[in-house]
Design a protein around this ligand. Sequence first.
Ligand SMILES: Cc1cc2nc3c(=O)[nH]c(=O)nc-3n(C[C@H](O)[C@H](O)[C@H](O)COP(=O)(O)O)c2cc1C
Length: 200
Amino acid sequence: MSDKLNLGVIIGSTREGRWAPAPAKWIAGVAEQHGGFDVDLIDLLDADLPQHLAEDDMWSTEAAPSAPVAALSERLHRADAFVVVSGEYNMSIPASLKHAVDFYMNEWAAKPVAMITYGGKITGGQNAAQHLRQIFPELRTMTIRNTIAFPRFYQHFNEHGEFSKFDESEPAAKTLLDELHWWGRALTNARNATPMPSPF
Ligand SMILES: Cc1cc2nc3c(=O)[nH]c(=O)nc-3n(C[C@H](O)[C@H](O)[C@H](O)COP(=O)(O)O)c2cc1C
């Protein structure tokens, strides 16, 4: 039996001139090499979610969501684990990422998420990671221990998303992906054995 899990790597920023694709393509490449994952690189810019939350797009099973909401729902449902790639915006995450998180509920449930953050400051986007640790439990999503942070990220990637420094990032990514795979396997087995109870 294949032990491969479906991994959704989420590009959290939709900002014009954003850097998010560089670290996202890097971690997606490392995950492809890892051997434990089939990787889906999910770009929230392409997902093109509606600007406003609408009743039909939300969590009711009877509703017929709009096409972009349904398309992203399918990709999130397919994932057994996530890597969220986020810059730090005013000590938190970009609105585009929070918006996408808020659209969904069961898609996130009983799955692990790893966080790769970056920022303009020396803190490497750790405030964004801490906010995600507050948000995801509400969706019954498990944030894992290991994170990777890129302080002054523009010093570490070139325009093609390739590293220019930071040799220890590659082994750190391997450790993070090993942990994510362990939780992804454990929670996939648990979801298959017993459906999660309703949170309401
Ligand atoms: C509105 C805004 C707020 C920001 N706030 C912070 C911050 O609090 N801490 C930090 O380290 N960098 C901050 N930055 C710098 C961003 O982390 C940096 O520009 C990063 O590239 C943003 O991700 P993106 O390029 O993928 O959109 C901010 C940038 C913007 C646009």
